[in-house]
Each structure stands twice: as structure tokens, then as C-alpha cells.
Ligand binder design. Structure first.
Ligand SMILES: CC(C)(COP(=O)(O)OP(=O)(O)OC[C@H]1O[C@@H](n2cnc3c(N)ncnc32)[C@H](O)[C@@H]1OP(=O)(O)O)[C@@H](O)C(=O)NCCC(=O)NCCS
Length: 404
């Protein structure tokens, strides 16, 4: 059931929209992106992602998201230059990584690195739009290095230096493997970054905006967003899809695995979406990339397995619920990243190195009220349903006299 939000009045101090995870409740205006869940359309600042993946790059899309318009050639060149010059990370981040156990989850390491970056940002507390743009640019530039360096350090390998001649996408693949990727794979990864860069008021973006609404700085807001992204119902779903692919292993297990999982009330990761009621347009594009990679590498196993799970889930969902279910952005990104040689537990951090552009745009929009009349601190309400002993409250019994 969809709840349609209504405006709060002076007489009426609360609206009842509880226990539905805020689904369908509008909490703010935004100029950054729009998701049409019925038609399966996603636009960034007015541009359809289907056009952006054909004509644009992650660098240009980042600037579009941050600035509300496509950059001129000069602006884009300048931005690319800054991104390249900001790829390095403080040695304190490497020191932290070297002290951590190799089992530390890459999302935790990424989140832990953010306050360190904050400590080295000369403009940390400068709260102008321009300074926040520069902080956003530094974060976009540095995140890939953190994710790739942690992967190498935990494996006992030396981190690799960023290469100024490579694109943002190509440089990440190089930092990870130590090898310059072929141009086709680098471009396919660039498209993945474009597709994951922004998605309106999802859980992590909302977390980031909520923290920004308290006047916390850009880095604190981003750390919150990273925490929200780590959950398996959000950004963690892509690595869960890969675990499922590895668990099922063979095509002939797909049907029984899916029906058994759903019979027990389990969720098929990467399927379904809180907003899309048709195919997520990002899934359509990622299916195409998965197909291209399978053709290029000659390894069709992961693509075929993913397609079979999609088919079996749709069939089972129709049988049990009498309705349709569609793949979301995470479903085909699993096979894509796997074929690109990215380790499974890096899938969610890879999501973060792209979504950082959208998060930063939202944090700036929130801080400077760029889509609403003035900044507002988020402060929702709740109904207390806990213990109640009457207006005088419960009698406090000292611990030594308590029997239960
Ligand atoms: C994303 C998600 C949380 C949206 O959930 P939602 O808003 O509750 O979606 P719906 O309202 O359409 O769900 C309707 C029903 O389908 C079920 N359902 C939704 N996704 C399902 C899935 N992937 N596998 C099995 N059942 C699913 C729900 O449990 C619900 O069942 P119920 O009516 O018995 O309670 C959900 O689809 C999900 O958990 N998917 C798997 C995780 C995932 O891929 N997350 C990444 C999202 S980008």
C-alpha cells in the first residue's frame, strides 16, 4: 500500500505515516534526480540515464550532479585535472590499513577512512558552497584509491600509484589489479559508475542529508551515507547476489534453489525494488554489459546463471504472489563486476565510489536549501509503545533491591 503524504498544518502537529519505512512519504524537494517507478525512467538533473551512458562519462556526470547543468568543455577539463591531482590519500589512511586485521570488511575500512580524510582537509569547516564543492571533488577523487589500496594491503600487496593518464574508471581498475585495463572494460566500468551515481532519496542519500541537516560537515554526512549503504537491503545486495551465484553454482540447481528459498520466505537478492514497479532501467543496461563481457571473455557462465535466476524468480513470484518482480541495479552488476575481476566484498564499496557523486550533490543541496525555501533540520516523530506506569512514571527500584 502506498501512503500519500499531506502537508502538515499549524493545528495538526503530526501526520501518521509510521511503520512503513517512509515509503511514498515526501520529505523534501530535490533538483538532482527523478525516478519514475511506473515507467522505469531515471533522470539526473533532467537527463535520461540511457542518454548519459551513451554520451557521457562518470567525470562529466559528477559535475552535472554537483552543478545542476552540463559543464562546458573547459569546465570538464578543469574538473578532470583536479580529480587527477587529488587522487592521492594521506599516509595516515595507509597507516590505519596496515594496522587493521585483513578480515576487516572493506565497507568498514572505507567508512573509517572518511574522518581521516576530514582531518586533512584544509577547508573542513568552511561552509560555503564553493568549499563544499571542493570537498566533494576531493572525496570523489580519493575514494577509489582507498577501496583499491585496502584490497591490496589486506592481500599483502603494495598499493599501486594512481596513473594520471587513465580515466577515473580506468584508474580504479588499475589501482586494484596493478594492470592497465583494456579500453572496452574501462569504458564498461565507467558506465557502471554513471549508473550507480545517483538515485534520489534512497536510504544512504537520506542518511547523508539527515546528517547534513544538523550542520555536520560533508565528511560526517558521507560517513553516515556509507554506513547506510553497507546493509544487504541497500548497497550490500550486489555482493549478496554474487554469493547467491556462487552458492547455486550450476544452471540445473537454479529452479529448486529459488523455489526453496522463496518457500522459506527468503528474499532473492537483486530482485524487487521499493520504487520501480517495472524493470529498473539500470538493470537493463547492466544486462547488456554482462552480455558484452561474456562475449569478450568467452565465459558465459555467470551471465547465463544470472538470467536463469531472474527467470526462475519471476516464475515463482507470479505463482506465489500473483504479480511481477523485476531485477534491480544490483542483480546484473554482480556478474559484471565478477567478470571484471573485482572481489565480491568490494562490490558495495564500488557502489560507494560512484554514489559519492550523488551523495555530495544531495548534501550540498540540503546545506544550501537549493530546492526548498530554507534549510530544515530533520526531526521526525514517533509514538511511544513501551512500558507505561501512569503519569507518575514507573517507580525506580535500586539494583540491590531488585528481584527480577
Ligand atoms: C528492495 C526491497 C527491500 C523492496 O521491498 P518492498 O518495498 O517491500 O517491495 P514490495 O512492497 O514490492 O514487496 C512485496 C512483496 O514481495 C516480497 N519481495 C520483495 N522482494 C523480494 C525478493 N527479492 N525476493 C522474494 N520476495 C520479495 C516482499 O517480501 C513482499 O512480500 P509480502 O507481501 O509477503 O510482505 C525488496 O525487493 C528486497 O528486499 N529485495 C532484495 C534486496 C535487494 O535486492 N535490495 C537492493 C535494492 S536496490
Amino acid at each position: 500500500m502506498r501512503f500519500i503524504g499531506r502537508a502538515i498544518t499549524m493545528e495538526e502537529k503530526t501526520i501518521d505515516a509510521k511503520n512503513i519505512g517512509l515509503r511514498g512519504v515526501k520529505v523534501a524537494d530535490t533538483r538532482i534526480s527523478d525516478v519514475d517507478g511506473e515507467k522505469g525512467i531515471l533522470i539526473y538533473r533532467g537527463f535520461n540515464i540511457c542518454d548519459l551512458v551513451v554520451h557521457s562519462t562518470f567525470e562529466e556526470v559528477s559535475l552535472l550532479l554537483l552543478n545542476d547543468r552540463l559543464p562546458t568543455g573547459e569546465e570538464l577539463k578543469g574538473f578532470q585535472k583536479i580529480l587527477v591531482s587529488e587522487r592521492g590519500i594521506p599516509s595516515a589512511v595507509f597507516t590505519l590499513m596496515k594496522k587493521l586485521p585483513p578480515s576487516a570488511h572493506p565497507m568498514d575500512v572505507l567508512q573509517a577512512s572518511i574522518p581521516i580524510l576530514a582531518s586533512y582537509d584544509p577547508e573542513l569547516h568552511e561552509e560555503t558552497r564553493e568549499a563544499n564543492l571542493r570537498k566533494a571533488t576531493r572525496l570523489i577523487a580519493k575514494l577509489p584509491n582507498i577501496v583499491a589500496s585496502w584490497d591490496r594491503i589486506r592481500k599483502g600487496l603494495k598499493p599501486v600509484r594512481p596513473r594520471s593518464k587513465l580515466t577515473h574508471a580506468g584508474n580504479f581498475l588499475h589501482l586494484l589489479s596493478g594492470k592497465v585495463p583494456d579500453p572496452e572494460t574501462a569504458r564498461d566500468f565507467d558506465i557502471c559508475l554513471i549508473l550507480h551515481a545517483e538515485h534520489s532519496f534512497n536510504a544512504s542519500t537520506f542518511a547523508g542529508r539527515e546528517v547534513a541537516s544538523t550542520h555536520a560537515h560533508m565528511y560526517a554526512s558521507i560517513a553516515a551515507a556509507i554506513g547506510a549503504l553497507s546493509g544487504e537491503l541497500h548497497g550490500g545486495a550486489n555482493s549478496e547476489v554474487m554469493k547467491m551465484l556462487l552458492d547455486i553454482g550450476e544452471l540445473n540447481w537454479v529452479k529448486s534453489w529459488v523455489s526453496e528459498k522463496m518457500r522459506r520466505g527468503g528474499k532473492i537478492m537483486g530482485m524487487g525494488h521499493a520504487v520501480y514497479h517495472t524493470e529498473d532501467p539500470r538493470a537493463t543496461i547492466l544486462r547488456g554489459i554482462s552480455q558484452r563481457l561474456a562475449d569478450r571473455t568467452g565465459d558465459r557462465h555467470w551471465l547465463e546463471l544470472t538470467k536463469a535466476i531472474e527467470g526462475a524468480t519471476k516464475e515463482e513470484f507470479r505463482r506465489i504472489k500473483g504479480k511481477e518482480i523485476f531485477p534491480n541495479v544490483d542483480f546484473y552488476s554482480a556478474s559484471v563486476y565478477h567478470m571484471m575481476g573485482i572481489p565480491t566484498d568490494l562490490f558495495t564499496p564500488v557502489f560507494a565510489i560512484s554514489r559519492i557523486a550523488g551523495w555530495a550533490a544531495h548534501i550540498i543541496e540540503e546545506k544550501f536549501a537549493e530546492a526548498q525555501p530554507k534549510p530544515e533540520l530533520y526531526r521526525p516523530d514517533s509514538d511511544y509503545v513501551g512500558t507505561y506506569c501512569g503519569p507518575q512514571a514507573c517507580e525506580y527500584i535500586p539494583v540491590e533491591k531488585r528481584t527480577s
